[in-house]
Ligand binder design. Structure first.
Ligand code: SF4
Ligand code: SF4
Length: 263
């Protein structure tokens, strides 16, 4: 049976005083892929990533937060000057650069982005590649990932009574796939808990918050705390007793700012 201890440990992180979590430990390179978790009580967990249920669930896009399925930062509508990511497929394009240390794909997208890139690139080992070619194996730079058909069931069945049973993943995987063309049911994410009257609304639906914590960091009164939802993702909550309604949190939100410009 697959070892599920990493999940159990991750569930206890808030209580257990996490020292270090390397979801994939790359201190010795990309290969071998290791999950590495160290806790303050001295315990640690290491597992070959392809055998770790957390990693498997992640690669199957099962445990991404709602905003990842409706990402506001894809190339067609990102406002970034530079886009940087892992260069998947580098082994086919530049095999001599595939050295186990990881290669980044950098896409300067604005005049400011090109200026930054020109200043940085003389210090780096750089190859130029046609963007269309580079994006063939990096399609998620353009499109959000599809919501897995069984994601909603996975969360309902894997989290019960505060315990986590990730063997549910294997059970769901063993079920026959729905026939091609079957529309995938969208999870009932719905709106966030209603904000108290007069307080800023930070996100109108769960897909609209990527959990970046910019609002929490910007709040001059320390009125925002990040709290887990039913899927254990963190979302901001405003303490009405501390909030002075300055709206700095709304102005700094990378998604809220775009939403206001679009309106
Ligand atoms: S409105 Fe101002 S005080 Fe209130 S939560 Fe936002 S940043 Fe903090
Ligand atoms: S700034 Fe706050 S509300 Fe906006 S995406 Fe980040 S965590 Fe969510």
């Amino acid at each position: 049976m697959t070892d599920t201890r990493s999940y159990a440990l991750i569930c206890k992180l808030s209580e257990a005083n996490l020292l270090k979590l390397l979801t994939v430990d790359k201190t010795r390179g990309w290969r071998p892929k290791l999950i590495h978790i160290r806790l303050a009580d001295g315990s640690s967990y290491q597992c070959y990533a392809p055998e770790d249920l957390y990693h498997i669930a992640f690669l199957k896009n099962m445990i991404l937060r709602p905003s990842c399925y409706a990402c506001h930062f894809k190339l067609s509508h990102s406002q970034a000057d530079l886009t940087i990511g892992d260069f998947w497929g580098v082994a086919d394009t530049f095999p001599d650069m595939n050295d186990n240390k990881g290669i980044s794909l950098v896409l300067p997208r604005t005049a400011a982005g090109w200026r930054i890139w020109k200043a940085l690139s003389p210090r780096l080992e750089v190859r130029t590649v046609d963007a269309e070619h580079a994006l063939i194996r990096n399609s998620t730079a353009r499109r959000s990932v599809k919501i897995p058909d069984r994601r909603e069931r996975f969360f309902k069945e894997a989290f019960r009574d505060g315990a986590l049973d990730l063997d549910v993943l294997e059970k769901l995987e063993a079920e026959p796939s729905p026939p091609p063309g079957t529309p995938s049911a969208l999870p009932a994410w719905g709106p966030p808990p209603p904000a108290e009257p007069g307080l800023p609304v930070l996100y109108p639906s769960k897909e609209e918050c990527c959990g970046c914590e910019a609002c929490r960091a910007a709040c001059p009164k320390g009125a925002i705390a990040m709290e887990p939802d039913g899927e254990t993702f963190l979302y901001p909550r405003i303490d009405a007793a501390l909030c002075v309604n300055c709206r700095k949190c709304q102005r700094v939100c990378p998604i809220g700012g775009k939403r206001e410009k679009a309106q």
